[in-house]
Ligand binder design. Structure first.
Ligand code: PEP
Ligand code: MG
Length: 610
C-alpha cells in the first residue's frame, strides 16, 4: 500500500519545522486503537504485563488498608480482582490478539472487556449480569493504567517532537514542556478554539483538520509541518529535506530582519501611532518576546494562570503573580481580564455543570458575578497589584448594562475596603469591557458612558454574530471573521468608541494577521493585542502603511458582499505590501530611525500606493 505523503489541513499557526512525530492517542472516553508493526508486538505485550502488575500492586495496597479496617469481605473482593487480571487464559487471549490482529495493547484489552461483558450479560439472571461488571471492572483498571502510561511515557521523554493528537484542546497544547514541542498537528479542532489560541501564543506551527492523520503515523516518524500552508509532509525524501532547509533559512532571515525593526514604534509614515500590545496566557510567555517590542499587555487571560494550578489561587498568590507581570512589563500598561471560564476552558478543580449549549451558557462574567467571591478575590489581588503598575481591568462576555453597573459597584466596594485596610491602590485603574456578545455591540452607546475603554474579542464575537461555534468543524466555513456582518459590527464599535472619545482595541486572534491589522487600523482601532509571535510582523505592516491607505483598505472591504470578497481585497493589498521580500528587508539594513523604504500609500508615488 502506498502511503499518501502530503496531507493538507487548516493552518492554525504559522512556521516551518521538521522532526519526529509523537502520537498522543489517549483521549478521554475514547479507547485508542492503532495498528502496530511486527517489531512492536513484544513492546505491546510487555505494556499489558506492566499494566496488570501496576493494577495488582494498587489492589494489594488497597486490600491491606481495607483488611486493617477489619472489613474482610471487601478485602477479599480486592484479592479476587487481582486474580481476575492475573488469569493466564485472559492474558493469553490478549497476547494472541496483539500478535494476530497487530493491534495496540489498549485495543486488545478493550476487546476482552467487550467479550466478557457481552457473553455474561447475555445469560439470564440478575446476579449473573452483576457478575459481568465485577469481571470486567478490574480489566477496566488495566485499560486506564495503559492509557495513563502512554501519557506518562510521553511526559518523561526529552526529545523535541511534533505532537500529533486527535483533537486540539488546551490540554493537548499544555501536555508537555513547550521547549519540547516543535509543532502540533491534529485531526480535528477549530482555527479559533482555545487550543488554537494557545498554540499560536506558544509560537509553534500548528495544523488541524487532518482526518485519519493518526492512522497514517507511527511513533517517531519524521514529518515536515508547514504551518502557513496548513500542510504536513510524511517521511520526507532527501530532496524534500533539502528544500525544507532552504525555505527555513529564508524564513529565518526574514523573521530576523523583522525582529530588528520590532523595537521601533508602530507608527504610520504619516505619524499616526497604533499600540501593538501582547496577549499573555502564561507567565512563561514573557520568555518569548522582548518587552521593548510591545506597548503593554493588551490581554492577560488569567484563566490560564488558574489552569496551571491544582486549586484556586489565593488572593495573596494572585497578588504576587500580577505584581510579577507588572514588574516584567517595566511600566507598560497591563490589561487584566478577569477569570473567563466555561465552555472549553475548564479548571481541573472546579466542577462546572454539564450544559447542552455551553457556548450560550455559564461563561465568563456570568460565572464570576454569580460566584461573587471568585471575582472579589481576583479584583482585590489586582487592585493591590495596581500599586506596582498601570492596571486596566477587562471583563469578558458582557451582555447587559446591568452587569457593567454591578461590576462597577463591586469595584467601588472593594476599593473602599482595601483602602480602609491600609493597602495602597492606584487612583487611575481603568475599567473596560470585552465586546463579544452582539447585545454589547447594540447597547454600546449606553455602556460606553460607564467605562473607560473597549476591547473586541473577535474570537467570540464572530461565533455569536454568525451563530457558528468556534470549536465546531461542521460550521467551520461559516465561522469567518471576514463576513460583512462582522466587518459592520467592528466598524460600529470603532465609531461609537471614537465618538465617545474612548480607546478601543481588538484582542481576538484576528488582529495577529498583519493584513487584518491594517483593516482594523483603517476602521479606527487604536490598539491591537496579538500573540507574541506576531508582534514584529504587525508593527512592520503598520509602519509601512499610511492611515489614508489603511482607510482605503477598510472602505474597499466594506463594499464587499462576502467574506471571500473581503479576503480578496486584503490579499491584493497584502501582495503590494509583501512585495518587499526578506532579501530586501535584509538589504535595507534597517536603522532605528528607519523611515525609508516601500510603503503602502506613501504619498502617492511609492510602489503599491493605493
Ligand atoms: C476573544 O473571544 O476574542 C478573546 C480574546 O477571548 P478568548 O479567545 O479567550 O475567548
Ligand atoms: Mg472570548
Amino acid at each position: 500500500m502506498t502511503r499518501q505523503r502530503n496531507i493538507n489541513g487548516i493552518s492554525v499557526a504559522p512556521g516551518l519545522t521538521m522532526g519526529p512525530v509523537h502520537v498522543v492517542r489517549a483521549a478521554p472516553d475514547v479507547v485508542p486503537s492503532w495498528s502496530i508493526p511486527e517489531d512492536q508486538v513484544l513492546t505491546e505485550v510487555r505494556r499489558v504485563h506492566d499494566a496488570v502488575e501496576g493494577v495488582c500492586d494498587e489492589l494489594e495496597r488497597r486490600r491491606e488498608i481495607v483488611a486493617e479496617q477489619a472489613n474482610e469481605r471487601d478485602a477479599n473482593i480486592l484479592a479476587v480482582h487481582a486474580m481476575i487480571v492475573r488469569d493466564p487464559s485472559a492474558i493469553k487471549e490478549i497476547e494472541k490478539s496483539i500478535r494476530e490482529d497487530r493491534l495496540n495493547a489498549e485495543a486488545c484489552v478493550k476487546a476482552l472487556i467487550d467479550r466478557l461483558e457481552s457473553s455474561l450479560s447475555a445469560l439470564d439472571g440478575e446476579s449473573i449480569r452483576g457478575y459481568a461488571a465485577d469481571a470486567s471492572d478490574p480489566w477496566r483498571a488495566v485499560l486506564e493504567e495503559l492509557m495513563q502510561s502512554e501519557k506518562r511515557d510521553f511526559v518523561a521523554g526529552d526529545e523535541k517532537v511534533v505532537l500529533a493528537a486527535s483533537q486540539l484542546t488546551p490540554q493537548v497544547v499544555t501536555m508537555l514542556d513547550r521547549d519540547r514541542v516543535l509543532a502540533i498537528v491534529c485531526e480535528t479542532g477549530g482555527r479559533f478554539s482555545h487550543g488554537a489560541v494557545l498554540a499560536r501564543s506558544f509560537g509553534f506551527p500548528c495544523v488541524v483538520g487532518l482526518p485519519n492523520l493518526l492512522s497514517r503515523l507511527e511513533q517517531g516518524m519524521r514529518v515536515i509541518v508547514r504551518g502557513d500552508q496548513g500542510a504536513v509532509q510524511l517521511l520526507p525524501s532527501s530532496e524534500d529535506v533539502d528544500s525544507f532547509l532552504v525555505e527555513r533559512s529564508r524564513l529565518q532571515a526574514r523573521s530576523e530582519a523583522l525582529r530588528t525593526q520590532a523595537q521601533l514604534p508602530a507608527e504610520t509614515p504619516d505619524g499616526h501611532h497604533v499600540d501593538v500590545m501582547v496577549n499573555i496566557e502564561s507567565i512563561h510567555d514573557f520568555e518569548t518576546f522582548e518587552i521593548s517590542h510591545t506597548d503593554g499587555v493588551g490581554l492577560l487571560r488569567t484563566e490560564f494562570l488558574y489552569m496551571e494550578r491544582a486549586q484556586f489561587p489565593s488572593e495573596e498568590e494572585q497578588y504576587r503573580l500580577y505584581r510579577r507581570v507588572f514588574k516584567n512589563m517595566e511600566g507598560r500598561p497591563v490589561t487584566l481580564r478577569t477569570l473567563d471560564i466555561g465552555g472549553d476552558k475548564q479548571l481541573p478543580y472546579f466542577n462546572m455543570p454539564k450544559e447542552a449549549n455551553p457556548a450560550l451558557g455559564w461563561r465568563g462574567i456570568r460565572v464570576t458575578l454569580q460566584w461573587k467571591d471568585l471575582l472579589r478575590v481576583q479584583l482585590r489581588a489586582a487592585l493591590r497589584a495596581s500599586a506596582h503598575g498601570e492596571l486596566r481591568l477587562l471583563f469578558p462576555m458582557i451582555t447587559t448594562l446591568d452587569e457593567v453597573l454591578e461590576i462597577k459597584e463591586t469595584i467601588g466596594e472593594l476599593r473602599a475596603q482595601l483602602l480602609e485596610q491600609g493597602y495602597e491602590i492606584a487612583g487611575n485603574v481603568s475599567i473596560g469591557i470585552m465586546i463579544e456578545v452582539p447585545s454589547a455591540v447594540f447597547t454600546l452607546r449606553q455602556m460606553i458612558e460607564e467605562i473607560d475603554f473597549v476591547s473586541v474579542g473577535t474570537n467570540d464575537m464572530v461565533q455569536y454574530l454568525l451563530a457558528a461555534d468556534r470549536d465546531n468543524p461542521f460550521v467551520g466555513n461559516l465561522y469567518d471573521p471576514h463576513q460583512p456582518a462582522v466587518i459592520e459590527a467592528l466598524r460600529q464599535v470603532a465609531q461609537i468608541a471614537s465618538e465617545a472619545g474612548k480607546p478601543c482595541s481588538v484582542c481576538g486572534e484576528m488582529a495577529g494577521d498583519h493584513m487584518n491589522a491594517l483593516l482594523l487600523m483603517g476602521m479606527g482601532y487604536d490598539a491591537l493585542s496579538v500573540a507574541p509571535n506576531f508582534i514584529s510582523e504587525v508593527k512592520y505592516a503598520v509602519r509601512r502603511t499610511t492611515t489614508q491607505a489603511a482607510g482605503e483598505i477598510f472602505r474597499e472591504a466594506a463594499r464587499e458582499r462576502s467574506g471571500e470578497g473581503v479576503r480578496q481585497v486584503l490579499q491584493e493589498a497584502g501582495t503590494r505590501l509583501m512585495a518587499i521580500t526578506a532579501a530586501e528587508l535584509i538589504q535595507e539594513r534597517p536603522s532605528l530611525d528607519d523611515s525609508s523604504g516601500d510603503q503602502i500609500g506613501k504619498g502617492n508615488e511609492g510602489r503599491g500606493a493605493l
